[in-house]
Design a protein around this ligand. Structure first.
Ligand code: HEM
Length: 333
C-alpha cells in the first residue's frame, strides 16, 4: 500500500509489516538529515549476515546506531582518509591512527568482540569497498560526459594545462584542487549521476513527526537524492550536463545544501568525501591531460549512449569502451 503526501515529496510504502518512507525534497531531506538527524541515524539490517554481532560492531556503514564504538571507528576512519592526513603529513597521521587502532583493539577485544579478530581490518576493507565503487562510478560518468561534450573536455584540459608549472612532470593534487572548472565538472557529475541515488537506507530509532506525519520507530527511511538532484524546482535545465552552474555558486557537497547531497549530510554523512573527490581529480586529470580519446570504430562521440541502470548504485547500463591515444607533445624520442 502506498500513501503519497504533498506533491510526491514524501511517499510512505508498507511492505508487509515494514514501513518505508521515501523523501524527495530538499526540505524533507533537511528534516531527516539535520533537524532529526539523531532519530533517523539508524541503519536497517536486512540480511542474516548483518545480524552477526561482530559485523554489527565493526562495520561503519551497517552499524545500526551511532553508539560510542561506532563514533570511535568513524573518527579513526576519518583520520585515515581525511584531506590533511594524506596531503600534509600522511605517514605520521597514519602511524598515529594505527596506534589508536591497536589500542582500541586491545581495549575492546574482551568487552565487545568475543574472539581475537582485527576488527578494524574489516573496517578498512569496508572503507575500501564503500569508497571504490562510488569513486569509480563517478570517474566513468565524468569521462562519458567529457567525451560527449568536447567543448567541456577541451576547456577542462586548458584549465589543467594552465595550472601546471611549465617544467612539472606530474599532476599535483594541491594544484588540481585549485582548478575551479574541474571541481564544477565533478560536482555536476555527482548531481546528474549520483552513485547512491537513495544514499544508504536510514532507520528511525524512535517515533518522529515528519512533515506533520507520524513516522513510527523502525521505519526504513530513504532520501531520494537522485530525484532532488534532477528536480526542475531545484535546478534549471536539470537534465543537462552544465558544469558552469557550479561556478560562482555557494552550493557545495559538504552537507549544508540540501538540493545537492551526493555524500549525504549529518552524522551518517560519507566520511570519505575528501578522499573520493581527490581520487577523481587525480585520475580524470591524467586521462584528460595526457590522452586524446575516441570511440571504438571511430563512432561519433556525440552518440555515446548515456543510459543508466539502478542496482543499489546508479551505473552505466553498458560499459564505457574508449580508445586512448597519447597526445603528441608527450611522445618520448
Ligand atoms: C564519489 C565518491 C563517494 C560518494 C559519492 C559517496 C557517497 C556516500 C553516501 C551517499 C553514503 C551514505 C550516507 C548516508 O547514509 O546518509 C556514504 C557512506 C559511506 N562512505 Fe562514501 N562515498 C564516496 C566515497 C567514499 C570513500 C572514498 C570512502 C572511504 C575510503 C567512503 C566511505 C564511506 C563509509 C564508511 C560510509 C558509511 C558511513 C556511515 O554509515 O556512518 N566513501 N558514502
Amino acid at each position: 500500500m502506498i500513501h503519497l503526501h504533498g506533491p510526491h515529496l514524501l511517499i510512505i510504502i508498507r511492505l508487509g509489516s515494514q514501513l518505508v518512507v521515501v523523501a524527495s525534497s530538499p526540505a524533507i531531506a533537511m528534516e531527516i538529515l539535520k533537524t532529526h538527524d539523531k532519530i533517523f541515524s539508524g541503519r536497517n539490517l536486512p540480511y542474516r549476515c548483518f545480524q552477526i554481532i561482530e559485523m554489527k560492531q565493526s562495520s561503519l556503514t551497517m552499524s545500526s546506531q551511532c553508539n560510542d564504538a561506532r563514533k570511535f571507528l568513524r573518527a579513526i576512519g576519518h583520520n585515515f582518509i581525511s584531506v590533511s592526513g594524506v596531503v600534509k603529513d600522511g605517514f605520521l597521521e597514519q602511524k598515529k591512527c594505527l596506534k589508536k587502532v591497536i589500542n582500541h583493539k586491545v581495549s575492546v577485544r574482551a568487552r565487545i568482540f568475543p574472539y581475537d579478530i582485527v576488527v578494524f581490518g574489516d573496517g578498512n576493507r569496508e572503507l575500501l569497498i564503500a569508497g571504490t565503487d562510488s569513486t569509480i562510478i563517478t570517474i566513468v560518468w565524468l569521462m562519458a560526459e567529457l567525451i560527449k561534450n568536447l567543448d567541456i573536455f577541451l576547456r577542462l584540459r586548458e584549465e589543467i594545462g594552465q595550472a601546471i608549472k611549465p617544467n612539472s612532470t606530474s599532476l599535483d593534487e594541491s594544484i588540481l584542487s585549485r582548478c575551479e572548472y574541474f571541481q564544477a565538472c565533478i560536482n555536476e557529475t555527482l548531481r546528474l549521476h549520483i552513485p547512491g541515488p537513495f544514499l544508504v537506507p536510514h532507520q528511525a530509532l524512535e517515533n518522529c513527526i515528519l512533515n506533520n506525519y507520524l513516522i513510527p520507530k523502525d521505519s526504513i527511511v530513504l532520501v531520494n537524492a537522485w530525484a532532488i538532484h534532477l528536480d526542475p524546482n531545484n535546478w534549471e535545465d536539470a537534465a543537462s550536463f552544465k558544469p558552469d552552474r557550479f561556478l560562482d555558486s555557494k552550493i557545495d557537497f559538504l552537507g549544508s545544501c540540501f538540493e545537492f547531497i551526493p555524500f549525504s549530510s549529518g552524522r551518517r554523512m560519507c566520511p570519505g568525501f575528501h578522499m573520493g573527490f581527490r581520487n577523481i581529480l587525480l585520475v580524470v586529470a591524467s586521462l584528460v591531460y595526457y590522452f586524446d580519446w575516441s570511440l571504438p570504430g571511430g563512432e561519433d562521440l556525440r552518440n555515446l549512449d548515456m543510459t543508466d541502470k539502478f542496482c543499489t548504485t546508479l551505473k552505466r547500463e553498458k560499459p564505457l569502451y574508449l580508445v586512448p591515444r597519447l597526445r603528441e607533445r608527450f611522445h618520448v624520442g
